[in-house]
Write a protein that binds this ligand. Structure first.
Ligand SMILES: *Cc1c(COP(=O)(O)O)cnc(C)c1O
Length: 458
């Protein structure tokens, strides 16, 4: 008898898996195939997504999934973790290296749980936290009543100035008035740079901890195209699937404050997080997602990703300029990151109708509230676009003029019936759809099949 060993055992294992899926469950296989082709055939400008490299995607399908491994490397509550430990340690080391952090926890299942974990690390139920209001580009987890953060804690929200920039003065005033124990900065729909040092000064002035949630801009931070909060904030959180092009999940980082003691004066910030991830919030981590995260962390420090990151910013700048040239109102008059928010209500169309009409034509964007929005969250007055998915298609800034022309034509063709219903001429739809497909074919996702112009019909 001899142990199985061959370099391609794993490849054959995966190929066998996909063959069996195709043979034994054609219904599911067909749906997965459709989703794969959809991504190739539409322009995804959803700011909160990216196209993971197949080398990261495939990690999610690995037999690491079979291992239950409560605890941390070299300190598990289960046996059989020899390689699991090395994989998780590799992910931790790579995360620390990518972000220049002193501590990393790669187990959180999402950015949402990463934020909750940090909150419960330093807050008691009923304590006060200060975060950016949802309506102004903050995230649900930053104190919204719809999330645990706004129900368990007393959440106070700061907003934007009239010129749509973060109102640091208001944040400082509210901090002095409410004495929060935690201040949250970082956003989900804010196209401008964030001044981490200023937030830290506000936090220090009132003895609060600072959490920087960089979920949207993590890739730009790694690439040095947005300043890093890691040594300014006490905690930095991100997901690993929006701009890190890696596995789906969350990440908690701590910079130079990692050995600082927490509110109890005993345990360090790193120790507190460690215990709140497991066993307080989670059980056994998703080891396949951790492998995919490890792959993503290696990818984002590569010279290849540096080019992608530069393209992300160049494209969003070109996108914002093209919208403004067509007479659209772009929130803050431009962008510093991957996000462009456009006021479509000014053209008489609600965000939700714009989103639906554009998607019918293969242009995928999100409805989004704009500062001082007059429409409710399910309707909105704006659309939010992001360039992560365009940069991976190696698009050039010049292509953004074409994208905006397509979007503009659709918006001009929408006949709004009411805030949630509209008509779109079917000839216009077919024409734009064809043009989108052509553009997708000209600028294919490098690692996906080039769209076949004939296969779109369905
Ligand atoms: C998307 C987002 C989250 C939540 O991410 P999930 O991984 O989907 O839970 C948290 N914070 C910000 C700023 C986000 O944009």
């Amino acid at each position: 008898m001899h142990a199985i060993r061959s370099d391609d055992d794993l490849s054959r294992f995966l190929a066998n898996g996909i063959e069996r899926l195709r043979r034994d469950d054609p219904e599911l296989y067909d749906l997965l195939q459709k989703e794969y082709l959809r991504q190739a055939n539409v322009l995804t400008m959803v700011a909160s997504s990216s196209i993971a490299d197949p080398s990261a995607l495939v990690c999610e399908a690995m037999p690491t999934m079979n291992v239950t491994a409560e605890g941390y490397p070299k300190a598990r509550f289960h046996a059989g973790c020899r390689w699991i430990d090395e994989i998780e340690q590799l992910a931790i080391d790579r995360a620390k290296a990518a972000f220049g952090a002193c501590y990393a926890n790669v187990q959180p299942m999402s950015a949402t749980s990463a934020n909750e974990i940090v909150m419960f690390s330093v807050l008691e139920p009923g304590d006060t936290l200060l975060g950016l209001e949802l309506d102004f580009g903050g995230h649900l987890t930053h104190g919204s009543k719809a999330s645990i953060s706004g129900q368990v804690f007393k959440a106070v929200g700061y907003g934007l100035t009239r010129d749509e920039r973060i109102d640091y003065e208001q944040a400082e005033r509210l901090a002095k008035e409410h004495r929060p124990k935690l201040i949250v900065c970082g956003t989900t729909a804010y196209p401008r740079q964030i001044d981490w040092a200023r937030f830290r000064a506000i936090a220090d002035a009132v003895g609060a901890y600072l959490l920087a949630d960089i979920t949207h801009i993590a890739g730009l931070v790694v690439a040095g195209l947005h300043p890093s909060p890691v040594d300014h904030a006490h905690f930095t959180t991100t997901c690993t699937h929006k701009q890190l092009y890696g596995g789906r999940g969350g990440l908690i980082l701590i910079g130079k404050d990692f050995q600082k003691t927490g509110p109890d004066g005993k345990r360090t910030l790193a120790e507190l997080v460690q215990k709140k991830v497991f066993p307080f919030f989670q059980g056994a981590p998703n080891q396949s997602a951790i492998a995919a995260k490890a792959r993503g962390f290696a990818y984002v420090v590569s010279p290849e990703f540096q080019k992608v990151a530069m393209r992300i910013v160049a494209l969003s700048n070109a996108l914002a300029a093209a919208f403004m040239k067509k007479g659209h109102r772009v929130i803050t008059g431009g962008t510093d990151n991957h996000i462009v928010v456009v006021d479509v209500f000014k053209r008489g169309i609600t965000g939700v109708n714009a989103e639906k009409a554009l998607e019918e034509c293969g242009l995928v964007v999100n409805k989004n509230r704009i500062p001082y929005d007059v429409n409710p969250p399910t309707v909105t007055s704006g659309i939010r676009l992001g360039t992560n998915g365009l940069a991976i298609r190696q698009m050039e800034p010049g292509d953004m003029v074409e994208c905006v022309e397509l979007i503009d034509e659709v918006l001009a063709g929408v006949q709004q019936l009411n805030e949630r219903e509209y008509n779109l001429d079917s000839k216009l739809r077919a024409r734009i759809e064809g043009k989108v497909l052509e553009l997708c074919q000209r600028r294919p996702i490098r690692t996906y099949p080039a769209p076949q112009l004939a296969t779109r019909a369905a």
